[in-house]
Design a protein around this ligand. Structure first.
Ligand SMILES: *Cc1c(COP(=O)(O)O)cnc(C)c1O
Length: 333
């Protein structure tokens, strides 16, 4: 029995269903032809903040006590989780503070402010920003909502698995982008609960795959963070990991790693063949199929997790005829 089971995910679905989008499950003719089995895209890139993280953040905000609600929330994420938490808090009239270092680019600062969160600029590193989060929790009683290792966040992400199982009960395989593992843990718990015959495979980039290294080591380990096109998959899983490591260990059937060229091909294919703008992290499932790194045995669902990619970088990737132009490219950090 995993830390976050089907019951908790079903509760999350009831709680958040009128706050987040029930995203489309789109049939993909190109991937179906490529794999020789029906292929579908679960388009979480269509969530209002551009990623699935709205589900976990909304479930966490709605699960707060009135007391905690009054004191407000805090995070150090400047990426998709920060955006999602800002959005979810605003929808409920809850104060949200996002701590950032002075090195975070102005457009990211503005994006979080525009949603209505308070921004605190502190220090010159992500560690400095996290220290300010810890201080606000300690001294001002704010509640920190972490991006993945939190039961309500995992349950919220798991609601995607319920939607997949309902829309496509003959699913044999689900491909899930994998970083800290909140998404994969939640989706796998829901899929294994509803469709025990289905496989769930996590996909990461070769450059800095923290969960993959941790699973191999049998415990959470530190991994050097490297620049990658799948920038939303960067970062560690936390040496004090409470939930996602054990859930990914127990529930995932495999983890597959991708090169930067393969990820670029996924982004390009999503746009050219499917008309979808997808960020690197969101394209890894498509990329894994195109690279023939996964054996397909039946109906397959690819979870497309987000669309927040720098426009110029996206254009460069889509326009690249081969892979050559991309090998020097960097992520949209
Ligand atoms: C956060 C994120 C992921 C990875 O989710 P985890 O729960 O950290 O594994 C994948 N894709 C996108 C777009 C994300 O924002």
């Amino acid at each position: 029995m995993s830390a976050v089971g089907l019951g908790r995910i079903v509760q999350a679905q009831e709680r958040i269903s009128d706050r987040v989008r029930h995203t489309p499950l789109a049939f993909s003719a190109s991937l179906s032809t490529h794999c020789g089995a029906p292929g579908h895209l679960k388009l979480e890139s269509h969530q209002p903040t551009g990623s699935f993280k709205l589900r976990g953040a909304t479930n966490a905000v709605l699960s707060l006590s009135d007391e905690a609600r009054k004191r407000g929330l805090v995070t150090a994420s400047t990426g998709n989780h920060g955006r999602a938490l800002a959005h979810a808090a605003k929808a409920e009239g809850v104060r949200a503070v996002v701590c950032m270092s002075a090195l975070v680019p102005a457009n990211k600062v503005d994006a979080v402010r525009a949603i209505g969160a308070e921004v605190r600029i502190v220090g010159r590193s992500q560690d400095d920003a996290q220290e300010e989060v810890d201080r606000l929790v300690r001294e001002e009683g704010l509640t920190a909502i972490p991006p993945f290792d939190h039961a309500d966040v995992i349950a919220g992400q798991g609601t995607i698995g319920l939607e997949i199982a309902e829309a496509c009960p003959d699913t044999e395989l689900v491909l899930v982008p994998l970083s800290g593992g909140g998404l994969a843990a939640g989706v796998a718990a829901a899929i294994k609960g509803r469709l025990p015959q289905a496989r769930v495979i996590g996909i990461s980039m070769e450059r800095g795959a923290a969960m993959h290294e941790s699973l191999r080591a049998g415990k959470p380990v530190l991994v050097e963070e490297l620049e990658t096109l799948a920038d939303s998959l960067g970062g560690g899983i936390g040496l004090e990991n409470r939930y996602t490591f054990a859930m990914c260990r127990d529930l995932l059937d495999a983890v597959v790693l991708l090169s930067e060229e393969e990820i670029a091909e996924g982004i390009r294919h999503a746009f050219v063949a499917e008309g979808e703008t997808v960020e690197g992290a969101g394209a890894v499932g498509i990329a894994a199929l195109l690279a023939k790194k996964i054996e397909v045995r039946g109906p397959t669902v690819v979870l497309v997790s987000g669309r927040n990619i720098d426009e110029a970088l996206h254009q460069k990737i889509v326009n690249a005829a081969g892979h050559a132009a991309l090998s020097a490219g960097g992520g949209a950090r």
